[in-house]
Design a protein around this ligand. Structure first.
Ligand code: FES
Ligand code: FE2
Length: 361
């Protein structure tokens, strides 16, 4: 189920700096059929995606190293990508050139010494994840960070995913994602919570590498789905991590029952982004229709955020000065500090130890 049908405004809001040197979800892997190729825009980079006949996924910069025409204009036979302009052929996983049709026996140029840019591409949780290196990084490091994954705590589980385009830059997408104070206003619904249910909250946070964790706690008593989980009669704990560049991982556990989600905000361009939610769970495993219900309510949630951000983008086009207040916007301040530390390589973590934040929501 997708909420992509809602289109954003023609002119998106302001741009922001992007974090290269990490994994981003580029497409749903099931859409990449053997022998077919497709394109995606990731951090403003045009990417050619595809799957070879042997099943291997690939991601290349969608640009021929000879004269720059998009490789997607050419052909793919399931083994090599051939450029439309002069017919150079490339093995798409490595980017290695395999053939330059214009060469004669008198030429000394060795095609196999030429490489088109290719990116590491891995399948996880039904996504094709692409590693986009830092500009000018040269050869991609041999050891890459692990590909992000939805945490799972049993062999059997169900899963669902959602996607929505957001007309704002990745920073607004991310701070919207971690914003605790918008819930009672944006996500009002009889089955979730009402505005009248606002109450004071105290949440404990701790630093983790490249991010922060809302420590294991008993979730809000005012949220209906958690009340529902209470039918198992065991204590419920939930942990929410945010990790650069763009990931929120929520884990809810109740005895051996669990529900996890990985939400990512991926920059499409410097001024637009996309939200992807991948969830997995073993709660109510045998109850029919739960996957449908999870998708339905998940889609409604994401749509409420998306509609709000479409409205926000209209305001942001005027480049207004904005505010971040304590404590409700403190996680947003931490995000900006973490991002700045990574961009500048200065490495100071905004949290020196555990802290408790207070807000009403
Ligand atoms: S531009 Fe691609 S082969 Fe010449
Ligand atoms: Fe939200």
């Amino acid at each position: 189920m997708s909420t992509r049908a809602i289109s954003g405004p023609a002119t998106p809001g302001p741009a922001t700096e992007l974090l290269f040197g990490d994994w981003y979800p580029a497409a749903r892997a099931a859409t990449l059929r053997p022998g077919k190729m497709s394109t995606a825009l990731l951090l403003g980079v045009p990417v050619l995606l595809g799957r070879k006949l042997d099943g291997a996924l690939f991601a290349m910069r969608d640009l021929c190293p000879h004269r720059g025409i998009p490789l997607s204009a050419g052909w793919f036979d399931g083994e090599t990508v051939q450029c439309k302009y002069h017919g150079w052929r490339f093995e798409p996983v490595t980017g290695q050139c395999r053939e330059i049709p214009s060469l004669t026996g008198l030429d000394i140029l060795q095609p196999e010494k030429i490489y088109a840019t290719s990116y590491p591409c891995q399948e996880r949780d039904g996504y094709a994840w692409v590693y986009l290196p830092e500009a000018g990084a040269g050869r991609i490091a041999a050891t890459l960070p692990p590909v992000p994954e939805v945490p799972k705590f049993s062999a059997k589980f169900r899963s669902a995913h959602l996607v929505a385009d957001l007309p704002c830059n990745v920073d607004h997408g991310i701070i919207g994602l971690m914003d605790p104070a918008h819930g009672p206003f944006v996500h009002q619904a009889w089955w979730w919570r009402s505005r009248a249910s606002i109450h004071e909250k105290h949440k404990h946070f701790e630093p983790i590498p490249q991010g922060f964790r809302m420590s294991a706690h008993a979730p809000s008593g005012n949220s209906a789905p958690y009340k529902l989980l209470g039918v198992y009669g065991e204590p419920i704990t939930t942990t929410i991590d945010f990790v650069l560049p763009n990931r929120r991982v929520e884990t809810i556990r109740c005895g051996d029952k669990w529900f996890s989600s990985l939400t990512t905000i991926t920059p499409v361009t410097p001024s637009t982004c996309r939200i992807d939610v991948a969830a997995a769970w073993n709660v109510f495993y045998r109850v029919p229709g739960v996957t449908f219900l999870a998708r339905f309510f998940g889609a409604r949630f994401v749509r409420q955020d998306q509609e709000t951000m479409i409205e926000q983008a209209q305001g942001l086009r005027a480049h207004p000065a904005l505010m971040l207040i304590d404590d409700a916007d403190k996680p947003a301040k931490w995000y900006f500090a973490l991002k700045q530390a990574r961009l500048t390589g200065t490495g100071t973590h905004p949290l020196s130890g555990p802290v408790t934040l207070h807000w009403r929501s």
